[in-house]
Design a protein around this ligand. Structure first.
Ligand code: HEC
Length: 197
């Protein structure tokens, strides 16, 4: 049996695939070259982690206390509990500390994991006070600017598109019932939240 030759349909198919493949590689190289030469950052940095010495100690304690098994922070952890990135812009350090000591009262409602045994994160309340303080300092230093995915507040700019959607689809009664989150002063949020310092 001689060598099997490609049918013309196969030839066309492979050429198209090959062309896409080559194009993809060229585009990727071009993009990387532009990116590495460009001075401007690709994305605006909206989260800040400038840790104080106490905050750094807190970050180590946070890891030791396995908070990561439920929470996400600094690109580590899981999504079982709330993400703690940007929490320093949403909650005051006093709020965080009082949450550790009396979760339900501070939360203003029933909690799932923090609280009294047998809740899974009940152990947090009985960690040494000093450690909890350091962890609270660490968490309060996880900052996010408004508009970032980790911030409670949307970007400052109004969007004509969103205003249009709200105008079209939000029932009239909502105007009395709810306040537009973009009109709220920064720092004040839903029930239980406090102003930052
Ligand atoms: C078993 C899972 C679990 C563990 C472990 C855990 N958490 Fe949580 N955490 C949660 C859940 C769930 C919530 C939401 C409140 C609730 O229902 O308990 C929460 C809420 C919080 C909040 C309030 C967030 C907010 O802005 O409302 C803070 C702060 C917090 N956890 C810190 C910690 C720290 C620090 C540790 C480790 C010492 C820890 N958690 C360990 C599950 C967990």
């Amino acid at each position: 049996m001689g060598k099997q030759r490609l049918k013309s349909g196969e030839k066309i198919l492979f050429s198209i695939f090959g062309a896409f493949f080559v194009l993809g590689i060229i585009a990727f190289i071009a993009m990387e070259v532009v990116r590495s030469r460009s001075e401007a950052p690709m994305f605006a940095v909206t989260t800040h982690f400038d840790f104080s010495p106490l905050g750094l100690e807190g970050s180590a304690l946070y890891r030791e206390a396995r908070c990561n098994s439920c929470h996400r922070a600094l690109r580590n952890g899981t999504n079982m509990g709330a993400s703690l990135d940007g929490i320093g812009s949403r909650r005051s350090i006093q709020w965080i500390e009082s949450f550790f000591i009396d979760p339900e009262k501070t939360y203003g409602g029933p909690t799932v994991d923090h609280g009294l045994p047998p809740k899974e994160a009940a152990y947090v309340t009985s960690l040494p006070k000093e450690n909890l303080h350091k962890i609270a300092v660490f968490l309060s230093e996880l900052r996010a600017d408004r508009g970032s995915a980790a911030a409670a507040q949307p970007p400052k700019e109004r969007s004509g598109f969103i205003d249009g959607m709200v105008g079209t689809f939000a029932p009239e009664t909502w105007k009395d019932k709810y306040q537009d989150i973009r009109d709220k002063p920064q720092g004040s949020g839903s029930a239980g939240e406090e102003h930052q310092h």
